[in-house]
Each structure stands twice: as structure tokens, then as C-alpha cells.
Design a protein around this ligand. Structure first.
Ligand code: HEM
Length: 326
């Protein structure tokens, strides 16, 4: 039996945790504190790996951002995207250009060598993405941890939004994941870094909505340069930067919003954010304000809560690419 004073202390503790906002369900900032050989700082082990990888390849930041989105939106943030297999999620068409698996493998190997079976792959994705974002000019947000890894990964479950999704439909898709329209606009700011293949926006250059003409809402000089990179019947699927400010295409900042306000968005959904009545006010606010970094971090934390497995659910994988043998 717990004494009444002990119960009071426990209750106060729980209230405090809630008020400080550090706890969300079973997720919590600093979940691994004291759990890896007592004194090992799990987050700095991950950060060291990410830093070393990023020096060699700055495109790891977009790779990880997209990986976290594609993981969280399919079966929740449970590292299901990492599982290898003939028909696992990573084999589904929208995931074929997802990269960065080697970064997660390296962080997992480093952690397993120090404290095996403690840190989940789902948390490694969240921590590594946060580190990459902050090392690429973004804000350093407090990442929540305590996720478990899932057992299921099926390509047939992959139902991610395509680049031509109408804004209202995208808002509805994000709402199903507990994310509102403002969260969505900030999260699409992930497109402030990285690339898109011509095949995802080719229609805008030559045959917008079957008109036989280009998208009238595209800056004419952007149209000229994109047509050069993405010729009409090319056998090659080239790539262009999602953020068309060349000084900022690998920096996590608000320049993406400035670009879409100048009709220089690459994907249809990106451009539509700047004109649709549901989202344009938020876009204008972000483009002219300076709170993108903090708010993007908050939205990433919120996305990291989608359908997580915690407590006795799921497992801590030994390898991020396979479920443990049972
Ligand atoms: C309606 C929602 C979204 C749609 C339709 C969408 C669509 C796309 C498409 C078509 C690409 C190009 C992929 C390629 O050519 O290989 C892309 C790239 C990317 N997306 Fe999204 N996306 C969405 C939301 C997000 C979110 C929420 C994030 C992260 C917070 C994100 C981060 C990225 C990044 C960083 C890239 C570049 C990847 C790289 O360089 O390898 N996207 N997205």
C-alpha cells in the first residue's frame, strides 16, 4: 500500500509533468535518461552519428525529413518504413526514392554496442531528423521519445498523398492524423530542403489539367528553367530543388514560403498552399515572419505522436531492418 503522502507526491509529480508539457501520453522528452548504462546520453550518440554523416552528405536532412513523414503517415511512427522484405512499405512506389536508411542503421549500431535492446528505431528516426534539421539551419526542438517499433510493414498499406492532392483533401488527410491545417502548412515547409523528380510535376510544365498548356500560376522564368531540366519526352527523370532559392535549397528556413508566394513552387500542392483560402494566410504569415523554425519544430513533434506504440506495445528491434525473432 502507498502511504497518503507518497500518493500525494506521485500525484503532484504527474500534474507537474503535464503542466510542463514534457509528457504526451507515454512519450516524453528525455525518455532515455538513465536507461542506457545510467549515464550514456542516447541523444548525443545519435547526434554524433548524424553529424558525421551530414558532413559527407548534406542531403541527409531532406532524406530524413521525408522518411519521418512517410513512416508516421503509414501505420504511425513505428519504424515500419525501415523493415526490409519483398512487399514491405519501402517497396511501395512513393517510398522508392526515400533515402537515409544507412544513417538510421549507423545510429542503431552505435546504440546497440553501448546498450543493446534499449532504444527503438522509431525514436532514432525522430532524434536523427531533429539533429539533421538543427544542423541545417533549423531550430533545435525538444524531441519526444518512448516509441516502440512495430511488427507490420506492408506496401499495400502505403496510402500517402500525391503531389496533385487538392489542398482541402490534404487538410482532411492530415486531420485524420490529428494535425490541423496550420500544422500541415508548417510541415509542408519540409519542402524547404530536398529535391523532386520531374515526373512529379511534369504535367505543370506541358499539360496542366489536360489543357495542353503550362500551369498559368507558375512564374514564367521558372517555367523556362524547369522545361530545360525536364524536357517533354525525356527518358531520364531529372531532379530540381523544391526550394528554388539557390542560396537556401539545403537550409531549413522560411524561404520555401517566399518562393511559393512568388509562384515559384515546384509541386502542385506546394504552389496551391499559397493561393488556397484555407492556407494562404498562414503561408503569408510564415513568409514574412521569423517564427518558422520554432513552429516547424512544434509541428514535427506533433507529427511524431501519430499512432505511436508505447509501453507494452511493439518491441525494441535489434536491427531496424527486421522484427526480432519470436
Ligand atoms: C501533402 C503532403 C505531401 C506531399 C503530397 C508530398 C510530396 C512529395 C513529393 C512528390 C516529393 C518528391 C519526391 C521525389 O521526387 O523523389 C517530396 C519530397 C520531399 N518531401 Fe514531401 N510531400 C508532402 C509532405 C511532406 C512532409 C510533411 C514532409 C516533412 C515534414 C515532407 C518532406 C519532404 C522532403 C524533405 C522531400 C525531399 C526528399 C529528398 O530530397 O530526398 N513532405 N514530397
Amino acid at each position: 500500500m502507498m502511504s497518503s503522502s507518497a500518493a500525494l507526491v506521485l500525484a503532484l509529480g504527474l500534474i507537474l509533468v503535464n503542466f510542463t508539457g514534457h509528457c504526451h501520453g507515454a512519450l516524453q522528452v528525455g525518455f532515455y535518461r538513465g536507461k542506457c548504462r545510467l549515464l550514456v546520453d542516447v541523444e548525443s550518440v545519435v547526434a554524433t552519428v548524424v553529424k558525421a554523416k551530414l558532413i559527407m552528405d548534406p542531403t541527409i536532412t531532406p532524406a530524413l525529413l521525408r522518411m519521418q513523414f512517410h513512416d508516421c503517415f503509414v501505420n504511425g511512427c513505428d519504424a515500419s518504413i525501415l523493415l526490409d522484405g519483398r512487399a514491405s512499405e519501402k517497396t511501395a512506389p512513393p517510398n522508392l526514392s526515400v533515402r537515409g536508411y544507412d544513417v538510421i542503421d549507423a545510429a542503431k549500431a552505435a546504440l546497440e554496442s553501448i546498450c543493446p535492446g534499449v532504444v527503438s528505431c522509431a525514436d532514432i528516426i525522430a532524434m536523427a531528423t531533429r539533429d539533421a534539421v538543427s544542423l541545417s539551419g533549423g531550430g533545435r526542438y525538444n524531441v519526444e521519445t518512448g516509441r516502440k517499433d512495430g511488427f507490420v510493414s506492408l506496401a499495400t498499406n502505403v496510402n500517402l498523398p500525391g503531389p496533385d492532392i487538392p489542398v482541402a483533401q490534404s487538410v482532411a488527410t492530415f486531420a485524420k492524423k490529428g494535425l490541423n491545417a496550420t500544422d500541415m502548412v508548417y510541415l509542408l515547409g519540409g519542402h524547404t530542403v530536398g529535391i523532386a523528380h520531374c515526373s512529379f510535376f511534369q504535367d505543370r510544365l506541358y499539360n496542366y489539367k489536360n489543357t495542353g498548356k503550362p500551369d498559368p500560376n507558375m512564374d514564367p522564368s521558372l517555367l523556362v528553367s524547369l522545361r530545360r531540366i525536364c524536357p517533354m519526352n525525356s527518358a531520364r527523370d531529372n531532379t530540381v530543388n523544391l526550394d528554388q532559392d539557390p542560396a537556401s535549397s539545403l537550409r531549413v528556413d522560411n524561404s520555401f514560403y517566399k518562393q511559393i508566394m512568388m509562384r515559384r513552387g515546384i509541386l502542385q500542392i506546394d504552389q496551391d498552399l499559397a493561393t488556397n483560402s484555407l492556407t494562404k494566410a498562414t503561408v503569408a504569415k510564415i513568409a514574412t515572419g521569423d517564427d518558422f523554425n520554432a513552429k516547424f519544430g512544434e509541428a514535427m513533434v506533433k507529427m511524431g505522436r501519430v499512432q505511436v506504440l508505447t509501453g507494452n506495445q511493439g518491441e525494441i528491434r535489434k536491427s531496424c531492418r527486421a522484427v526480432n525473432k519470436r
